[in-house]
Design a protein. Structure first.
Length: 180
């Protein structure tokens, strides 16, 4: 059965179709939750809440993007909401000091592994970490990031630039010690 057919059945409250979509996407959405929450129980809870929300709001799905992309946005928003409830708020940045962001400059030494990059991202301050994760790992643009995190696009760009610079420093320190 095609995905769009499943979605249409879900819109008619077909429980079997809902279960099929759940089975198709639950592992991937759990992985997304784990990237943000780092706790299996919290990630399971948030993933479950995201599916419930998705099925409640499935009439809003217009197939402009894939169902998976639409669901992933719900999962990311649920993760961010969960973190906010745990008092992990984002610090506002002074937007008067702006730099142009070269968003495509993500070059890293070939000897640095993906795991080292992910580990370095985890060590970023939270105000940078989530913007970097949403941009680099999840592939969201600044308009989407600003909506998800409830910040301006300017703040998203600034936080990405600063996060990228700190990420480079963390990777440089990890690879070469504390050279300057």
């Amino acid at each position: 059965m095609f995905q769009i057919d499943l979605v249409e059945k879900c819109k008619k409250n077909d429980r079997k179709a809902q279960m099929q979509l759940y089975k198709q996407y639950c592992d991937a959405m759990f992985c997304v939750s784990m990237r943000y929450l780092k706790n299996v129980d919290d990630a399971q809870d948030v993933t479950q809440e995201a599916f419930i929300r998705a099925f409640q709001k499935i009439d809003q799905f217009k197939a402009e993007v894939t169902f998976g992309a639409w669901l992933k946005k719900i999962v990311v928003n649920k993760c961010i909401d969960f973190l906010k409830r745990k008092h992990q708020y984002y610090l506002a940045l002074d937007e008067n000091i702006l730099n142009v962001v070269d968003e495509n400059d993500w070059k890293v030494d070939d000897q640095v592994s993906i795991e080292e990059v992910k580990s370095a991202i985890e060590n970023l301050p939270e105000k940078y970490k989530y913007v970097v994760m949403l941009y680099l790992i999840e592939g969201y643009d600044h308009a989407e990031i600003s909506e998800i995190l409830d910040i301006t696009q300017t703040a998203s760009r600034t936080q990405l630039l600063r996060g990228k610079n700190q990420l480079r420093e963390l990777l440089k320190d990890k690879r070469y010690g504390t050279r300057s």
